[in-house]
Design a protein around this ligand. Structure first.
Ligand code: ATP
Ligand code: MG
Length: 338
């Protein structure tokens, strides 16, 4: 019989995305180009991970002690800055799989069952000896509400309590990915060993990201391709660069002619990036536009209502004036008749 927990373990798909997924990682830190401060924070996290592994697994202290063993990190930063690849790279360094839980999806798919599923995720990670990665964990990390009048608030408080308990006994590495605006629950914050801030890449990093997004030998680039120019022109994330490279490659592949003669040119990379940037601003504008449109609509409705009121009161004034004239005329007629 299907149960939420079983669905969860089977990695039920929601809207084409798995809420829970075990990733056999292959990406390494060589695939990631980070600004110096992000790199330094990540190196620190990595050395903690390595000594944790040594102490608790190889030296057996994990079997001797039953609490305070877990190592939790928070990767915070804007979309496309490399949080997920770095979680994969950490798992690769440890020679482990990555158990990725999309927290927001898990919460919406199994309302009322989230805390059970959080506990199940920790169980699975233990069984599979995997690094546990809570992606989109903003809701889980945020402050518990006091009072908790609403059912969903009570549920999210329970989830955080369960999470804290599991973190206490889990003998492994847990990584949370959040955006920058999370208001951390203080109890949760105490369990986080290191926050790694994923900054947007600068020009130097962007140039290197462009380079790693193409295959050094197999991707056919035109002679005119200049990654430095692209890096200087577009202040975007690594995720945007990846999307632009894939778009440009699709354009180049669709060109007429034999495949062997096809090349990705600078103009294709520029056009692709323009489209990626435009796509993002359309999304932002339509959100903003809707809000503006909404307030414009409200304003128009208020103006129309005011006009209507004015017209009605003008009509009423005319009617009263006309009645006055008629009554006056009747009074005059009556006076004459008498
Ligand atoms: N610093 C980087 N170096 C190299 N490639 C990058 C970097 N950042 C992003 N990319 C590319 O963009 C893709 C998306 O990045 P990733 O999924 O790691 O971003 P994220 O920070 O997890 O984003 P989100 O918040 O949207 O989940 C990666 O698979 C990689 O190809
Ligand atoms: Mg991600």
């Amino acid at each position: 019989m299907p149960t939420p927990i079983r669905d969860f373990i089977a990695g039920r798909i929601s809207g084409g995305r798995r809420a829970v997924e075990t990733i056999a990682t292959h990406r390494t830190f060589a695939d990631v180009i980070l600004p110096p401060r992000t790199r330094a924070a990540l190196d620190q996290a990595l050395s903690q991970v390595q000594s944790h592994e040594l102490i608790f697994s190889q030296w057996g202290l994990g079997e001797r002690h039953s609490s305070g063993l877990g190592l939790a990190f928070n990767f915070a930063g804007p979309p496309g800055t490399g949080k997920t690849i770095c979680a994969e790279a950490i798992a690769t360094v440890l020679g482990k799989k990555l158990l990725s839980v999309r927290y927001a999806e898990m919460e919406s798919m199994w309302a009322g069952e989230t805390s059970k599923n959080v506990a199940a995720a920790f169980r699975m990670a233990t069984e599979e000896n995997a690094v546990l990665f809570f992606d989109e964990a903003d809701a889980i990390a945020s402050r518990r509400t006091t009072g908790a009048a609403q059912a969903y608030q009570r549920e999210s408080n329970t989830v955080v309590n369960v999470l804290l308990k599991e973190l206490e006994v889990f003998n492994g590495v847990v990584i949370f990915a959040t955006n920058l605006a999370v208001n951390f629950d203080p109890a949760f914050e105490r369990r986080i060993r290191t926050h790694v801030l994923f900054e947007m890449p600068g020009v130097e990093e962007r140039e290197k990201i462009w380079q790693v997004q193409v295959h050094p030998a197999k991707t056919p680039l035109g002679d005119d391709v200049n990654f430095r120019v692209l890096a200087e022109r577009y202040a975007v994330s690594g995720g945007d660069i990846k999307n632009a490279v894939l778009k440009a490659a699709t354009m180049a592949a669709a060109e007429p002619g034999v495949d062997a003669a096809k090349r990705i040119h600078q103009w294709e990379l520029e056009r692709a990036m323009d489209e990626v940037v435009a796509g993002k601003s359309v999304m932002q504008q339509s959100l903003f536009g809707e809000a503006e449109q909404g307030s414009e609509d409200r304003l128009m409705r208020a103006v129309e209502a005011a006009e209507l009121r004015w017209r009605k009161s003008a009509q009423a004034t005319i009617v009263i004036a006309a009645l006055g004239v008629v009554l006056g005329a009747i009074a005059v007629v009556l006076a004459v008749v008498r």
